[in-house]
Design a protein around this ligand. Structure first.
Ligand SMILES: [Zn+2]
Ligand SMILES: [Zn+2]
Length: 347
């Protein structure tokens, strides 16, 4: 098998299983080291042992490359595939199977760990019809948020990936997945969205999220969120409470806001409430999903993936939606791409 593909697939399974980043990066890095070399050159370096002394190749990655070059599925990969055949979440099968896309993902252009084309390839392997690329907006400097200029550059890259002319993209896989243009735009303290309105106009999907001053008082936070929801560009309200329930960043209580008012505004302005699938977020909490259901809201089950393997986190979101009795037809990410784009008002 192809050694680069083997290394990337191992990284994918490790990410999906929430392995430590450094462990995953060893495989991604090794894939990056050998990717520019012609396959015969890699095989040659395996035979002569020269591969072992290359920077970025360790014992484990060397073994994987050697097995792949010799035409075998590396043992390490075979193990991971076997474990990966198990679903991540025990429930929500019907909704999981109904999901066609994902409206929230990040690439290395902001704080994700991988190039856009690897995200798209993984979405293809997972059988998705569409994936929105929603890197951060300028205000989120710690996450390397995109300036208007960089976002414009990214739009060209997305177009090239979609028509198969981007150098790094694997035409066959990518053609199955439509990559939607998008942004995860900060709802600033003023309630305004953190990007030029003309540029937001051009995007397929706008996820609007609060990332700062999460401990504001209820009135201030409600006002801020309502303004973000009322902005005609907003399609999805991202991780509405900002809570963290587990993980390396520690925990964080949910923000306080008038959920009834906020969800009524979402329903009125045709903004989907995100069910953020990240295990450390699980946002919104169950009680708020119920409130949003009662308010007549639509939902978007999103991965908020920062790496290819995390795209499969949608399984957790599907389980939560199912547990809360969210009907599949009210989940926009179960819709075909044409219906989705019509809803989002995209051109
Ligand atoms: Zn976010
Ligand atoms: Zn995000």
């Amino acid at each position: 098998m192809d050694a680069v593909a083997a290394l990337n697939e191992i990284a994918f399974w490790l990410e999906r299983g929430r392995a430590a980043t450094f462990k995953v990066q060893a495989f991604r890095k090794a894939a990056g080291v050998i990717a520019p070399l012609p396959p015969e050159e890699v095989a040659d370096r395996v035979r002569s042992g020269r591969l072992k002394s290359m920077k970025g190749i360790g014992d484990r990655t060397y073994q994987v490359i050697r097995d792949a070059v010799e035409g075998q599925v590396p043992d390490y990969l075979a193990d991971l595939r076997e474990k990966g055949a198990q679903p991540l979440a025990s429930g929500g099968t019907a909704i999981r199977e109904a999901l066609r896309g994902d409206l929230h993902s990040h690439s290395e252009w902001s704080d994700g760990g991988s190039p856009i084309e690897l995200m798209v390839a993984a979405a293809g392997v997972l059988g998705r019809d569409y994936l929105a690329l929603t890197d951060h907006s300028p205000n989120l400097t710690i996450a390397n948020g995109l300036s208007a200029e960089r976002l414009l550059q990214q739009l060209d890259v997305v177009a090239a990936i979609n028509d198969g002319t981007h150098p790094g993209s694997d035409g066959k896989q990518d053609q199955r997945v439509r990559l939607l243009t998008g942004i995860e735009v900060d709802i600033l303290e003023s309630g305004e969205l953190d990007q030029d309105p003309e540029l937001l106009d051009r995007l397929d999907i706008v996820v609007a999220s609060v990332h700062s001053k999460l401990r504001s008082d209820r009135k201030t936070m409600t006002r801020r969120m309502l303004k973000g929801i009322e902005d005609p560009h907003t399609n999805v309200l991202g991780h509405c409470t900002g809570r963290l329930v587990e993980g390396s960043r520690g925990t964080r209580p949910p923000s306080e806001f008038d959920a009834k008012e906020v969800f009524a505004a979402c329903a009125e302005h045709n903004v989907a409430v995100e069910i953020n699938s990240r295990p450390e977020r699980q946002d919104p909490p169950d009680a708020l999903i119920q409130l949003a259901l009662d308010a007549g809201c639509l939902f978007s089950i999103d991965s908020d993936a920062h790496a290819p393997g995390q795209l499969d986190f949608l399984q957790y979101g599907a389980e939560r939606a199912d547990r809360n009795g969210v009907p599949a037809d009210r989940i926009v990410t179960t819709w075909p791409v044409e219906r989705l784009l019509e809803w989002a008002g995209a051109n």
